[in-house]
Design a protein around this ligand. Sequence first.
Ligand SMILES: [Zn+2]
Length: 130
Amino acid sequence: MARKEFTTKTRKEALKRSGKRCEAVGDWYGLPEGQRCTADLSLGVEYDHYILDANSKDNSLENCRAVCPRCHGWKTRNRDTPTAAKTVRQQFMGMKTRAKVKIQSQGFAKKERAPKLPVPGPRPIYEAQQ
Ligand SMILES: [Zn+2]
């Protein structure tokens, strides 16, 4: 899965907006309500999708937060992961189903690759090539 990222321009503008201080604020990043982290971003900066990209598809500056690795890590563990894992799982299941259909209708049937394999039977291709 290709994860969408912020453009260089958006990253630059977010960093400028932050004043090189971590933009993480409040409970969403594991901080006390209304409190901003303000960690020095010259020690390390990461760009966080405030609203998870897989769901929002939003790579705008408004959805970009220049945050320190600690805040980003906390949010990834506590906020992003359960939703992300669910989304990835759903996408993977979709891909798997499509791939299966493609192999059955085009891969083996049209190109007739299956009979050329040294070992007949329903073994995976990578196994037969070894
Ligand atoms: Zn921070």
